[in-house]
Design a binder for this molecule. Sequence first.
Ligand SMILES: [Zn+2]
Length: 328
Amino acid sequence: MLQYFPTPYPDELWYSVMCRYYIRSGCETLLTVKSRNHFPIRLFFPDSSIMEIVNQLPEGLFSVRDIAINHTLFPYFSRMYPQERKQELINGFSSSAMQTDNPEWRVIARSMPKLKYCPDCIKADQKRYGESYWHREHQIPYMSICRKHGCRLKEHSCKLRQEFTEGPILPEFIQDGTGTEYFTQPYEKTLADVLYSYLTLPIDAGPTQGYSNLFYGLEQEYQHIRNSRVITLDTHRLYADLKSFYGEKITRGFFGKSMPQYVPMKLRNWEFTTPERYALLAAMIGQAPEITFGENQRISHEAESIRVREIRFPTMRQKADLMKAVNI
Ligand SMILES: [Zn+2]
């Protein structure tokens, strides 16, 4: 039984709570891991360590499910999973056979053994709580700014991964003292808001059955008439817009050198299981997550604007005009 355990601060990463426990109690056992390779997973994802701790505390104080949902990146990384898979993982949180060896998480975790912090949050937290802590929303990949203070997040990468397990690290221990940067690219705030919603929306918000409002949103902006009957997405224009909005590096990283037609189709069928592509596209076309995951199909035939409807079901005359326009 643990005699003492810190109460997590709002949006505090579970790893951060363990660090604070270590500092207060001098007891290092919670930070030790059997395999160092496992540690990147423990930094951001729920694993069996949560249950081990909860079991050593008075009953009812914490629930594994609440910790996983409010203090790890689980809601973000499982956002695009089908409901059944998500539910299966959540049910597993409270069993001793908790799935800690999710191969997808292992790959993701390997790419992110670094922690991000906001210098202004350190000051604010120290003033309010007397200490700083790792904020969960800052750890989302591609979250590059602090939404609260509008400044660029700084990164702490450990040269050796075991550094994270050798002793507690809090933002105030490692802040580098260099100036805080308030200049950000125009897309960063929009993207940050979408990413934050993907983390914090109710856990069952996710892929919708049989339709995708994001795809309809893209269709509205990028429909491309191949001939009088077939409407596809103008992926060239979409790709060019992504590049000018996010720059070459991010666009290439997620969509390749050019965007094949199957990408929008995969998006429409919710086949990508990681959230970034959805977030990048939604932020660019200004679609709120509440619409992307909305229960109502956004564009039914009746709700379409006249212009769209006319193009989709053109008269013979319109068809002729469209053909001319496309051939120009
Ligand atoms: Zn901040």
